[in-house]
Design a protein around this ligand. Structure first.
Ligand code: ZN
Length: 167
């Protein structure tokens, strides 16, 4: 199992050192949302542009600073939603939150297992999380869950704004 954990650590560090889609898009026209995690001091700024009819996220940038978990999660998030429809982006948010929540509920469980994750439930088989699965180890450190979900909450706020504008 340590092999898998090493792989996950590598993926997280890779996104931290080489963040994808780094920067900020001019807003407007881009939608902009900020997130701040006072527990850890993490900041993220999510900006993205949505194409007209299709509601496709044509470009996305992430800025900010903070711990490796918050920044690598933001980088993975940007890579995962770029080119997706806003509906697909929401499905990803849901799947990622499920990944965090399922583990969160397991933390208070009966203490079985060693946390190696061999029986990890899959939140939604229809949504491929890819690199994001590397973050599932975070749930063993509940205080870091907010780091991991920070950029996703900002994305959700921005998606809400897009829909409010569209309606
Ligand atoms: Zn953090």
């Amino acid at each position: 199992m340590s092999g898998l954990e090493d792989l996950y650590r590598e993926i997280i560090l890779d996104h931290y050192r080489n963040p994808r889609n780094r920067g900020e898009l001019p807003s407007p026209p881009a939608v902009r949302a900020e997130g701040f995690n006072p527990l850890c001091g993490d900041e993220v700024v999510v900006t993205f542009e949505v194409d007209g009819d299709g509601g496709c996220i044509s470009d996305v940038k992430v800025a900010g600073q903070g711990c490796s978990i918050s920044q690598s999660s933001a980088s993975m998030m940007s890579a995962a939603v770029k080119g997706r429809s806003t509906d697909e982006a929401r499905a990803l948010v849901k799947a990622f939150k499920a990944l965090m929540t399922i583990h969160e509920s397991r933390l208070g469980g009966d203490g079985e297992g060693d946390g190696s994750g061999t029986d990890t439930p899959v939140p939604d088989p229809d949504v491929a999380l890819g690199d994001l699965e590397a973050l599932q180890g975070v749930v063993r450190f509940p205080v870091r869950i907010k780091c991991a979900t920070l950029s996703w909450n900002a994305l959700t706020n921005a998606l809400d704004e897009v829909e409010a504008k569209a309606s």
